[in-house]
Design a protein around this ligand. Structure first.
Ligand code: NAD
Ligand code: MG
Length: 385
């Protein structure tokens, strides 16, 4: 039986690479649902090629265009965010790949868990915002959450059945500004920030990588995925991105997962787990890996990493506040409305201003997200006071 896969965000960087994996294994996987936010042309092209059961466009204004373009095919066409939540519940779906970006992924991920679908989790913001609720739901509905993020997939691949982890070591490339001084960071542009040295990704995560918020989020994601305490999570800057992450056991043994930087591998592993399947992806050539280097992250120049650790320590709705403020500042940075370093200032202020809730409910997360966005947008427009 082919595994039926729903891809939330099929037009993005992870989504298109997931379709390459499906294309490489037509005997194993089938795209059952494809969804996009705005990119209707690409969604139409994908739907005509992969012939899914259903497609969803989140932006309802694009519904008619999508519907007409697919009218000669027996594909169900839906629009809107509610449809995203409903479509993942379809009975034949085995795996839901959450490849959409940001807080918007939270609700459909919760629907998919409630429907008992295996979650291939790319959308780390869901875990950052509401890891506790997601884990509780996954336990209740006995749904596995398989990591797609390369670092977490690496850790997942290193785990041993009877030996608890002592530490997880997340590697970080350090991004395009790894060697920049504070003075240089003051004037960096979005064009510079969008040039990641090792990975080609969507705009939001590329900015998060440049500011190291991505690594901060991955620290929080690791806590919820692997049940480790903050002091068991270490970040090591490894500019070559050959080691994707490591685990240390209580006897001091360290296991690492290595490979070329190619997201198709962790995507495919989440699809094939617990098996591995053959791939045609590039292989690691050790003769070309002359220097594998490691350094400590600098949380003075990259304050976002410190802010994310702070949010992790405080818990409650604090990671949700950091996530929402970050989504606002990244969107503003991409519109040249805020400086690179100004992003951390706004996030820090939002963390002080939005009311802290120790044990938030789902509704608390929804209101925290909305309130933080309002405050952060105000701080961007009026400047920090
Ligand atoms: P992207 O911007 O390239 O693609 C995002 C996708 O989500 C698009 O298909 C878009 O249509 C859809 N989308 C965006 N906003 C939406 C909304 N409000 N409602 C419905 N759909 C929406 O992003 P990406 O780089 O593919 O990243 C996707 C997720 O995977 C992010 O959470 C990111 O952190 C995570 N991730 C990405 C990579 C990578 O290599 N790109 C690696 C690790 C983790
Ligand atoms: Mg990652």
């Amino acid at each position: 039986m082919k595994k039926q896969i729903a891809i939330l965000g099929s037009t993005g960087s992870i989504g298109t690479q997931a379709l390459q994996v499906i294309e490489e294994h037509p005997d194993l996987y089938e795209a059952y649902v494809l969804t996009a936010n705005n990119k209707v042309d690409l969604l139409i092209e994908q739907a005509r090629k992969f012939k899914p059961e259903a497609v969803v466009i989140a932006n309802e204004d694009k519904y008619l265009e999508l519907k007409e373009a697919l009218s000669d095919l027996p594909i169900k066409v839906y629009a809107g965010t509610e449809a995203l939540c409903q479509v993942v519940e379809s009975k034949p779906i085995d795996i839901v790949l959450t490849a959409m970006v940001g807080y918007a992924g939270l609700k459909p991920t919760m629907s998919a868990i409630r429907a008992g679908k295996i979650i291939a989790l790319a959308n780390k913001e869901t875990m950052v915002v509401a890891g506790e609720i997601i884990n509780a739901l996954a336990n209740e509905y006995r749904t596995p959450i398989l990591p797609v993020d390369s670092e977490h997939s690496a850790i997942f691949q290193c785990l041993e059945v009877n030996n608890p982890l002592e530490k997880v070591i997340l590697t970080a490339s350090g991004g395009p500004f790894r060697t920049f001084t504070m003075d240089q960071l003051r004037t960096v542009t979005k064009e510079q920030a969008l040039k990641h040295p090792n990975w080609s990704m969507g705009a939001k995560i590329t900015i998060d990588s440049a500011s190291m918020m991505n690594k901060g989020f991955e620290v929080i994601e690791a806590k919820w995925l692997f049940g480790v305490r903050p002091d068991q999570i270490e970040v090591v800057v490894h500019p070559q991105s050959v080691i994707h992450s490591m685990v240390e056991f209580e006897d001091g043994a360290v296991k690492a997962q290595l490979g070329v930087p190619d997201m198709r591998l962790p995507i495919q592993y989440a699809f094939s787990y617990p098996q591995r399947v053959r791939s045609s992806f590039d292989r690691l050539d050790f003769m070309k890996c002359h220097d594998l280097t490691f350094e400590a992250p600098d949380t003075k120049r990259f304050r976002n990493l410190a802010l994310a650790y702070e949010a992790l320590h405080q818990g409650g709705n604090m990671p949700c506040i950091v996530n929402a403020a970050n989504e606002v500042v990244v969107a503003s940075f991409l519109k040249d409305q805020i400086s690179f370093l100004g992003m951390s200032d706004v996030i820090e202020k939002a963390m002080q201003r939005v009311p802290f809730i120790k044990t938030p409910t789902y509704e608390d997360y929804v209101s925290t997200d909305a309130e933080t966005r309002r405050i952060a947008a105000e701080l961007v427009i009026n400047g920090i006071k």
